[in-house]
Design a protein around this ligand. Structure first.
Ligand SMILES: Nc1ncnc2c1ncn2[C@@H]1O[C@H](COP(=O)(O)OP(=O)(O)OP(=O)(O)O)[C@@H](O)[C@H]1O
Ligand SMILES: [Mg+2]
Length: 407
């Protein structure tokens, strides 16, 4: 993208002073060619323009600018004596520019073209002039310095680029972390607010439930419709109460009660609870467990059992048309891995990030707290949870827990 002129910086002034000094030096010579000034003027203008218009960041413009510089250098050296010109070092300008902007190949190519251009002045003199061996040595040394400068500047520039890349990566990670913290803070504030509200709702719910029970007793045997209504009130209030309790459980900071235990036993218990809680009309679901060799370690059995149970429950709920669930445990160096996978409908790629958010649900009677709780429990153990899914083929949840021997 074209960039607007950014104005003269300190660097530009130094360039202009330098080229101005060269031009004035030219004045002190008895003979001077107008091409010398023109070339110096054009080099100065190009040098200042390319930086200000951001040409150095666009590869094509940068290459064109290096080519023009080479041509101007050629004219300048030619106008000031060709092979004998003391301006030959001006070739360092395109060489250093190329070395700082291009890769190794581009830098060497510019050094080679500069050397070729410089040595080409020999063609003008060779017919009438013989180059003595010390002259040839001197020329070789000059040309070698062109290459040396290209290689040195290129290496420095490459190191700088690497540092800049690392810095910008670190910067990006930092802003991501800051965004995460802000999100966590917002959620925490929201959580506190809703926890307060939920707590307040529990009292009136208790009164409604007790009153409906009383009402049901009063009208029992007299008014069947009224008794049925009272039962509805009671069962709905109980449901609302269970919901509020679940929410409060989620919002409360989880206190860990860790003890040394066997994770495989905990997984077995979660599997058994799932089987016990199977609704009578649920579709047939095959459940396979493959429990690997795990040492006993330090963790909160209740929280992890609830986490595994929630993952299994989600898998069963996803298998509305039947299917199979697999749960496995294994050791991964210093961590225990629990994998729960199913061959249900899976989770769309754009929802994979959301499933752990509180209140994200796609179920008509879901609350969306299951996975938020699981991830909270896993986090509190210093573990990690991740999900992978290929829509149509199922979902796989992985939980990694650090194998810690004691506090
Ligand atoms: N195994 C799975 N297969 C497909 N989708 C899943 C699976 N597990 C979770 N999900 C998706 O993630 C959403 C969130 O799950 P989560 O357990 O947090 O809440 P929920 O099951 O909807 O409600 P609840 O609070 O009762 O657990 C689900 O609604 C579902 O869309
Ligand atoms: Mg759930």
């Amino acid at each position: 993208m074209a960039r607007a002129w950014t104005g003269l910086g300190g660097n530009d002034v130094v360039w202009l002073l330098f080229l101005g000094a060269l031009a004035s030096l030219g004045l002190t010579k008895p003979e001077h060619s107008p091409y010398e000034w023109l070339a110096l003027l054009a080099l100065g203008a190009l040098q200042v323009t390319e930086g200000n218009l951001g040409w150095t960041e666009a590869p094509r413009k940068a290459a064109a600018s290096v080519a023009v510089k080479l041509a101007l250098c050629y004219v300048l050296v030619w106008a000031t004596g060709g092979i004998e010109s003391s301006y030959y070092l001006i070739f360092l300008l395109p060489i250093v520019s190329a070395a700082s902007m291009f890769g190794f190949g581009g830098s060497l190519l510019t050094a080679a073209v500069s050397s070729g251009l410089y040595l080409s002045y020999l063609l003008f003199v060779l017919e009438s002039y013989y180059v003595p061996p010390e002259g040839a040595r001197e020329l070789t040394v000059r040309v070698l310095f062109f290459f040396l400068s290209a290689i040195l500047v290129n290496r420095l520039a490459a190191e700088n680029r690497l540092k800049t890349r690392r810095l910008s990566q670190a910067n990006q990670e930092l802003s991501q972390a800051q965004a995460d913290v802000r999100r966590a803070e917002r959620l925490a504030a929201l959580g506190q607010l809703s926890a307060g509200l939920a707590h307040e709702i529990r009292n009136p719910l208790g009164v409604i439930s007790a009153s409906s029970e009383l009402l049901a007793k009063r009208v029992a045997g007299q008014d069947d419709v009224a008794r049925e209504m009272a039962d509805y009130i009671r069962s709905e209030v109980n449901r609302a109460n269970a919901l509020v309790t679940r929410f409060l459980d989620f919002a409360r900071p989880s206190k860990l009660h860790r003890a040394t235990g066997q994770l495989n036993d905990v997984v077995r218990r979660a599997v058994a609870s799932l089987q016990e809680s199977r609704p009578p009309d649920a579709p047939a679901v095959r459940l396979e467990a493959e429990l690997g060799d795990l040492p006993r370690f330090f963790f909160d059995e209740t929280l992890i059992e609830s986490a595994v149970f929630n993952l299994l429950l989600n898998a069963r709920e996803a298998l509305e048309a039947g299917g199979s669930i697999r749960v496995s445990t294994s050791r991964q160096e210093d961590e225990a891995l629990i994998v729960v996978s199913d061959d249900g409908p899976g989770i769309p790629a754009d929802k994979l990030e959301d499933v752990f958010n509180p209140f994200f649900t796609t179920k008509p009677r879901g609350v969306g707290l299951g996975l938020a709780m699981v991830s909270k429990f896993v986090d509190s153990h210093g573990g990690k949870i991740s999900v992978e899914s290929e829509p149509g083929k199922g979902a796989t949840f992985r939980v990694l827990l650090p194998i810690q021997q004691d506090e």
